[in-house]
Ligand binder design. Structure first.
Ligand code: GDG
Length: 495
């Protein structure tokens, strides 16, 4: 049993994958993906423990230390993996929360497994958290954990962050277990969302579907107040920039250009292979630009990397087949022997190769149908050298609220998307540079550190207020009197 930690991150997956070296040794390597990219640097800075599933079913793994923090594995059985993870998390909640771009399925046995697994995560966390520790629960797979954890450990300061969108009332109401999910989240002291609209959706639903009183961003719950606010996530901007400027990345970029035959122009897409990422529409749009001669295949290459994801879920298998077919058709119609206008790789690359890809891309095309934030857009801005690049970005990514100087598109509007891609290519250099400079400023001033400090700072302040005001009342006058008493006590303590 590891020492109890004062800071605990709880996420469905651990930030590490088990790999076997050439010598046959088993070791753990940091895994790719949005949540891990965002939280790994936070964890390295704060230390503490990360509670999560280790990636294999029907197997218990002992806690261990990785990169200076504790890893606390939670076991899942094969049927739990199917029902809680592939089922309720990824075939119910994921499509529902992404505006039903795929059809959400509702099965009672999936929900039952979701409850069982959430309880297990809460119990594992309750064991590992020190007295009064700060616990930060992550994402849609664990929405019941805040409430379950508070029941077990009322002394903890509990934060929750949702990495994906939170749906509007009309969609969320479909969920047969809507109230249980809301109550689960309300167990937290602070629930963070990517954009203010998501926080408003949540508060609107709490008003409509529970008896709790909502005042501004707070929900009064007797023993605590749950606040709901927006904290747009970001990246380790300087870390990415350094990586992209490293000799390895520069060399890798040269190699990539060589392999591509030194095209005049590279368009780049990088996504997990997921139906929310708008790959079908994007590939169609760019394929049509080639077919119509607006893009010349002898000078432009569209490089699309699709990282394998959730491969056993039916909808994802279908997507993979569709993309293979679409890319194959376009290349066979427009390409030449030994020359493909679309270079499509269904694979995962090391980080340095990702940085090299961002270096060589003249235009990054990031066009999800719905996305909580989208870190790829920010990584491109951080990694692309100079100010010659251009970012084409979907209006429906959370990042669009911040990266306002991107070339914004509606990914459902194929003609509009085609025109905007062409504009990103043909705008005068001075316009492109101005846009890129503004984007760069944005990602340099809004980093992952700032995000974590903002969230954790707020969580700490809320915790302090709770300590000074343990019995929140629904009577505002009484609360005010109590607040004043707590403040004067604080001031006296400071003096
Ligand atoms: C969720 C939300 C939100 C991708 N391929 C490789 C690789 N990646 C890395 C990228 C980036 C991350 O994965 C993908 O992040 P996104 O934000 O684009 O998307 P999701 O995975 O859907 O993330 C999203 C995010 O959580 C954070 O809150 O922004 O809205 O859906 O960092 O670089 N990394 C490596 N090899 C790959 O092949 N090493």
């Amino acid at each position: 049993m590891p020492e109890r930690s004062h800071f605990v991150v709880v996420a469905n997956r651990l930030p590490v994958d088990r790999v076997t070296t050439e010598e046959g040794e088993t070791t753990w390597r940091t895994s790719p993906g949005g949540l891990v990219t965002a939280l790994e640097p936070v964890m390295r800075k704060h230390g503490g423990a990360w509670v999560g599933w280790h990636g294999a079913t029907d197997e218990s793994v002992e806690p261990f230390t990785h990169d200076g923090y504790e890893i606390v594995p939670v076991a899942l059985s094969a049927s739990e993996f199917e029902e809680y993870y592939e089922g309720f998390s990824n075939a119910t909640l994921w499509p529902l929360y992404h505006d039903t771009v795929a059809f959400p399925e509702y099965h009672r046995e999936w929900w039952d497994a979701y409850v069982v697994v959430n309880r297990r995560f809460a119990e594992a966390t309750a064991e590992v958290a020190a007295d009064g520790a700060t616990v930060w629960v992550q994402d849609y797979q664990l929405q019941l954990v805040p409430q379950l954890l508070r029941e077990l450990r009322p002394d903890l300061s509990i934060g929750f962050f949702l990495h994906i969108p939170f749906p509007p009332t009309e969609l969320f109401q479909q969920l047969p277990w809507r109230r249980r999910i809301l109550e689960g989240l309300l167990g937290a002291d602070l629930v963070g969302f990517q954009v203010p609209g998501a926080a408003s959706n949540f508060l609107r639903l709490v008003r409509a579907r529970t008896d709790h009183r909502v005042e501004r961003d707070g929900v009064a719950l007797g023993d605590h107040t749950c606040h709901a606010r927006a904290y747009p996530i970001s990246i380790d901007t300087s870390g990415f920039k350094e990586l992209a400027e490293s000799p390895e990345a520069v060399e890798e970029a040269d190699r990539l250009l060589e392999d591509l035959g030194h095209p005049k122009r590279v368009l780049l897409g990088v996504d997990r292979l997921d139906y929310t990422k708008g790959l079908r529409q994007r590939i169609r749009a760019i394929g049509e630009l080639f077919a119509e001669g607006r893009l010349d295949p002898s000078e432009t290459v569209f490089l699309q990397i699709a990282t394998p994801s959730r491969e056993r879920v039916e909808e994802y298998r279908k997507l993979r087949d569709d993309i293979d077919l679409l890319v194959g058709r376009i290349n066979s119609e427009i390409g030449d022997i030994g020359h493909r206008p679309i270079v499509y790789q269904h694979t995962s690359y090391p980080r340095v190769k990702m940085a090299a890809l961002y270096r060589i891309a003249d235009v990054a095309v990031v066009t999800p149908l719905r996305d909580g934030m989208n870190l790829v857009a920010k990584e491109y801005v951080a990694c692309h050298p100079g100010t010659e690049g251009a970012l084409v970005l979907s209006e429906f990514a959370g990042a669009a609220r911040e990266l306002k100087q991107a070339y914004l598109v509606n990914p459902y509007d194929i003609n509009g998307m085609k025109d905007t891609v062409m504009q990103a290519i043909t705008d005068p250099a001075v316009v492109r540079r101005r846009r890129m400079r503004s984007l760069r400023r944005q990602v340099e001033t809004h980093t992952i550190d700032a995000w974590a400090d903002h969230f954790l700072g707020d969580l700490k302040r809320i915790g302090q207020a709770r300590a000074g005001n343990p019995t929140w009342s629904l009577n505002p006058a009484e609360n005010l009197a109590r607040f004043i008493r707590a403040r004067s006590a604080e001031n006296e303590a400071e003096e």
